[in-house]
Every structure is written in structure tokens, then in C-alpha cells.
Design a protein. Structure first.
Length: 279
């Protein structure tokens, strides 16, 4: 009675949706049961409606229902897929041929090939990340900057070529950087709004400038300044990110960073071998 025919899933007809009259009662009960489980993502616990939407979105994309619960995240009211899940959907498409990804000299690139189409390449550089207000942002963009660059390049490339397979779904890594509560605000615009708000308060010192932001970011990477120490410095200056530093605090942080020795070698965590640091 509740069986759904796999070959027709991608057609998206209403009778193949979990929201149809035929399937909704059963799968709503399934979602309510799963919402009480501790074996689902924490942001899904207690949210049967989100779980049902994730399962239905997975059905339309050709993802097994339980995998959909794990791979689909509802961010700002929009279903999204983690970068690896998005790639898995594309790799299951009948016209997919190959993908090549690389990060070199501060530029992440993704080249993907679809049958009967030319290979398509998208890049996302450190400069692109800076323009978007992402570079140096606390969190993944500080911890795993190259990974985040790769996810941006991948997301843009595969959406350009396989829009029919993804049906408008974006990567979780990309949507997570958007503004909260469903309103998508460009990072640079948000940055300017923050500066304007703080500037209105005369008790707050003049904000740091882009030149200082770039110098701090470059010094952090050049000196291999640990994330925990960056966060500690920001906490000391009562700021949540580099762009919120006052002009004088930014100068102070730059002075501290300049005193840090430049690492000339590091230890390979797999082999234990001491290797030179490339500059």
C-alpha cells in the first residue's frame, strides 16, 4: 500500500511524493517516530515536519529516505545537501562522466563533465572569499579554509551543469553562510550594515579597515597562528570576528602577530617526518 516505485521517483509526480494523500499518513508517523530518536542529526530531533520534508526531498532527488535524513539539512527554512551528498546525487545521474577537483596557490577549482557537454570548470579563490566577507570568518572558514573553498567551487560547478538533477538544492556549506531567518543578505552588505550600526554608537571606537583585515589574515596564515589563539585574541578584544575589531585593536593584534616567528618546518602527522614549510 505504501510502496513507492523507484523508477518514477525522479519524475516528481504527486503520487510519488510523501505528501500525497496515499503516503502522507504513514510517513508522517515515521517522521514522528524518528523525531524521538537520538540516531538522527540533533537539529532534526523533535521536528517531524522537517524530517518529512527531508525524506520527501530525498525521494525527489533519488536518495534513500534514511540517507536523506542524514544528508539533508534545513537551513534558514531551505532544504540543503552537504557538499558530499550533493556530489553523490550528481554521480548517480545517467549523464555524469567525471569530476576533477584541486586546490593550488590559493585557488580551488572544480571541473565536471556531463555526457554530450564540454567539461565545465569553476574556481573559487582566496580573493573571492575575501570579497564575499568569508575569509577569516570564525568557524569552518578559519579551521578548514581550503575545504570551504572547494565546496564553493564544487557547488557552483555541479549546479551549473546538473540543475535538472539538483532541482535548485544548494550545499549546506554555502547556505550556512547566508543571513539568518530565511533572508539571504550578501556577506559584504551584512558587513557594511554592521559597520554602520556600530559607528552610530559614539562610545565605540572607529572600526578597523580592509587593509588591516588583509594584513591580519595574511599574518595568521604566514605565522600558522592556531585557531584557538585567534579566538582567544578576538575574545580579549571583545569581538566575534576580525571585521569587528576597532582600528586600535586591529593594530594591537597585528603587532602581536608580527612578533610570532615564521615557521620554517613542520611535522608530517602521518609519517612523523620534519618537512619544510612552503612559502
Amino acid at each position: 500500500m505504501n510502496e513507492i516505485s523507484t523508477p518514477e521517483i525522479r519524475e516528481g509526480h504527486i503520487h510519488n511524493s510523501l505528501l500525497s494523500i496515499e503516503h502522507f499518513p504513514h510517513y508522517m508517523k515515521v517522521a514522528e517516530m524518528l523525531s524521538k530518536s537520538t540516531m538522527i542529526p540533533k537539529n532534526m530531533i523533535g521536528k517531524p515536519a522537517d524530517i518529512l520534508i527531508a525524506m520527501d526531498m530525498g525521494l525527489q532527488l533519488g536518495i534513500p529516505l534514511m540517507q536523506a535524513v542524514q544528508d539533508i539539512a534545513v537551513i534558514n527554512g531551505r532544504p540543503t545537501l552537504y557538499g558530499d551528498g550533493l556530489l553523490a546525487v550528481v554521480q548517480g545521474h545517467k549523464d555524469y562522466e567525471w569530476i576533477k577537483e584541486d586546490v593550488a596557490n590559493g585557488v580551488a577549482s572544480c571541473t565536471i563533465k556531463r555526457r554530450n557537454h564540454d567539461a565545465h570548470t569553476v574556481t573559487f579563490s582566496v580573493e573571492d572569499a575575501k570579497k564575499a566577507g568569508l575569509w577569516g570568518k570564525p568557524g569552518p572558514w578559519t579551521q578548514y579554509a581550503e575545504r570551504m573553498q572547494s565546496m564553493r567551487a564544487r557547488g557552483f560547478a555541479i549546479r551549473n551543469i546538473f540543475s535538472d538533477a539538483l532541482r535548485g538544492v544548494k550545499t549546506e556549506e554555502e547556505v550556512q553562510d547566508y543571513a539568518i531567518e530565511g533572508e539571504v543578505i550578501k556577506p559584504n552588505k551584512a558587513k557594511e550594515q554592521l559597520k554602520e550600526l556600530i559607528s552610530k554608537n559614539k562610545a565605540i571606537k572607529t572600526l578597523s579597515n580592509d587593509k588591516q583585515h588583509d594584513e591580519i589574515t595574511n599574518l595568521i596564515h604566514e605565522r600558522h597562528f592556531a585557531k584557538s589563539r585567534v579566538q582567544g585574541a578576538l575574545t580579549h578584544y571583545k569581538s566575534s570576528s576580525i571585521v569587528e575589531l576597532s582600528e586600535s585593536d586591529a593594530d594591537s593584534f597585528i603587532a602581536i602577530l608580527k612578533k610570532e616567528p615564521v615557521k620554517t618546518e613542520e611535522i608530517d602527522m602521518e609519517t612523523g617526518e620534519v618537512i619544510p614549510v612552503l612559502k
